[in-house]
Design a protein around this ligand. Sequence first.
Ligand SMILES: C[S@@+](CC[C@H](N)C(=O)[O-])C[C@H]1O[C@@H](n2cnc3c(N)ncnc32)[C@H](O)[C@@H]1O
Length: 290
Amino acid sequence: MELKDVVKEKYGQAALRVNAGGSSCCGAGAAQDGCRDPITSNLYEASQTGELPQEAVLASLGCGNPTALAELHEGEIVLDLGSGGGIDVLLSARRVGSTGKAYGLDMTDEMLALARENQRKAGVENVEFLKGEIEQIPLPDSSVDVVISNCVINLSGDKDRVLREVFRVLKPGGRFAVSDVVTRGEVPEGVRQNMLLWVGCIAGALDDYQYVAKLAKAGFEGISIEPTRVYNIADARAFLTEQGVDVDAIAPQVEGKFMSAFIRAVKPLSAKNETCCGPSCCGPNETPKE
Ligand SMILES: C[S@@+](CC[C@H](N)C(=O)[O-])C[C@H]1O[C@@H](n2cnc3c(N)ncnc32)[C@H](O)[C@@H]1O
């Protein structure tokens, strides 16, 4: 099975569990039904989740709270990569107000259906959920002020392409404001190769210095990585056991090496997108192909 199919299947099932009245078993509301996940639980303040449909809260599968840390202004266009049940899109939509707009992008049909239903329940109009892949964002060049994401980029098998796409859709001066799992130091190869772990946010995570290098290569500046939760062995044990991994075998090599972090970067004001279709069809920030 392709990595993307595994990811789709896992998150499709999580969406269906929420639809059936349960929790995704990793979400912000997970403590309510006995699930304990050190990565995805307790990410949002009650004052934030109180204004959302319960299903959006139960479907939360992030590893941070980008809406609490991102700078968002009235009238801005926000894009959430891998929007899941829509929690961060709905929160962002309120922050940018009726003159702004929040897009959610996700490739999993069940998650998109759940997110659209949550939008209907929340009665928020300045939101649009798009079907597509973060490696090929279905939005025009220089059309977005802020790209947020919550524990999704680590799932991609082509992170360079994702970051190039983010750079393309951001306006000059636009911000990358993303929560993600990053590793610190070497993660054992056996862990990296385990697809289930990958889906669960660990083995696909970039090392912090790699993340910085990839952002710089894509053209970003003002790059910073701020740890928001560093996981200890006890946290790793609970999480990895849920994935069916022999924790005792790998725990000593994992200790202190992975964390949730908030990653910031800016597309330079002077940035030109590298490609466009020809001299007569370029936007204001593009360079025509020779
Ligand atoms: C860990 S969940 C996070 C969902 C949401 N951001 C949240 O905080 O609850 C990952 C989501 O990203 C989506 N996803 C994963 N890889 C993707 C890709 N390459 N393109 C589009 N969506 C993707 C999945 O379908 C799933 O809904």
